[in-house]
Design a protein around this ligand. Sequence first.
Ligand code: NCD
Length: 311
Amino acid sequence: MTNHLLSIEELGADGIREVLQLSHTFVEVSARAIPRVPALRGKTLAWLFYEDSTRTRLSFETAAKRLSADTMNFSVGSSSVNKGESLRDTVETISAMGVDCIVVRHGSSGVPWRIREWTDASVINAGDGWHQHPTQALLDCFTIEQRLGPLDGRHVAIVGDIKHSRVARSNVEAFTALGADVTLVGPRTLLPPSLDGWPCKVSHDLDAVVPSADVVYLLRMQNERMNEALVPSMREYSMGYGMTMERVGALADHALVMHPGPMNRGVEIAPEVADLDRAVMVDQVRNGVAVRMAVLYLLLGSGVELPVEGV
Ligand code: NCD
């Protein structure tokens, strides 16, 4: 792994496997009575979240604490960003205080690559616009392999608002890098205008795809990224593309239902489906901490011994 985690493409299949392999160690650490190891003692991380987040930010914070790193609690909403400070000045300011890693979420695609030019710190992309969300893809790969074994040869259906989804872009790259077949499912209006370069199939008929899926991965309708109505109504969308109990009945026994959160129960997923054992959203969140610990350790922990059991 290099000094940064910006996209799944840059990480590559070997990098993905390296993170997943190491994540098992941190699942074990997280299950201890005192889930903390000294691996990143003396390292400082800063959060730069220009977009809302619950899971991703709390997950990174928990991961950093469990590795004994220090964190700089920068909140965009109460910072000089509100006084017009530029992104570059903000990055240079926090870098000057001595920070080893900047975790950034921003509404514009490509921002983490700009930040990399302005700082010596490692940069982690926690979501840039519609573009990438690599740690989400890694925790999703880990969760699938934990439940079903290797992704190689598995069929994953990604359903819903693909067009606006950085999760879809990262996950397609990660799932296919590990050998899975991916089908994107949604109405034409919610698919990207061109699917050139997307290594996957496309379907507009969820019922045709469900029986052969090992994983149905649902996405939220990202209304905040739409400037026009792309579906006639939420009710019609749910009828065509929502995961209902009826559709669960057509799934293979072992098949999983996944969602990156936040879920809109009753839109892309029926409330009772979200509570089934095969709906692994809680595993996704739990594994997210271990996977982010692995990422932070690989980026910042070189030379530090691995926190094996009992340390
Ligand atoms: C996603 C995101 O923000 O990209 N959520 C997440 O990080 N778990 C998906 C979304 O907002 O729908």
